[in-house]
Ligand binder design. Sequence first.
Ligand code: GSH
Length: 223
Amino acid sequence: MPEYELLYWPVSGLAEPIRLCFLVAGIPFKDTTPMTDPQFNDRKMELHPYAPHAAGLPLLVTDGKVCCQSRAILRYVGRIAQYEGAFLYPTEPLEQLECDELIDLSEDLRRPMSATVTTQYKDQAEKEAARLALMAPDGECTKFLKVLDKKFGESFPTKLTIGNIYAWSIVTMFRQPTFIPEIPAGALAPYENLSKLHQWMSTLPAIKAYYESAQGRDNYKPI
Ligand SMILES: N[C@@H](CCC(=O)N[C@@H](CS)C(=O)NCC(=O)O)C(=O)O
């Protein structure tokens, strides 16, 4: 089996769905962050194929070959990783389409909130107001939480895929305690099907065991 190393920040973010795929499939990988590697920033800049112009993470190093772009990496891992005898990125094109739709829908939810991390606001109050607006009843994030909840209500997963792993990982960033303090504590409470998804994913033995010791990710634990 190749040797895999994933480089990312010591948070969930764009690497977490990839970590979860490795974990549930039982594929060993080195989970490198600035907490585990004092040379992290130097290595990132040396390895990154887009440096020095851009150096966004994650990076996956497979037997020395470096790849970037989180969802490309996720699909690659989904093609090699299996859970209960099925590939996490199914081989049947329609099932792949369903995974890809869930991934893109989760991006519709993530991107507006993620933009508040990099946007330069006049002051803290302006940033807080922007985040609260996204979570308001007519807010952009609320809109996509509703759509995701509806989708999982229409068809609840019968097997693990990169689609439902990605969706759960992104939705859980909206569950307190999370790195965006303005997200209200009960933001996900109205979504019955997203709660069901959380219960299912967070109690799968490999996932449950991982979050028992993962730092700063209590929001991924069973409720
Ligand atoms: N399209 C890229 C985006 C990568 C990205 O922007 N990563 C962020 C963290 S979520 C990052 O590392 N930002 C710091 C930087 O660009 O140096 C992907 O999906 O991998």
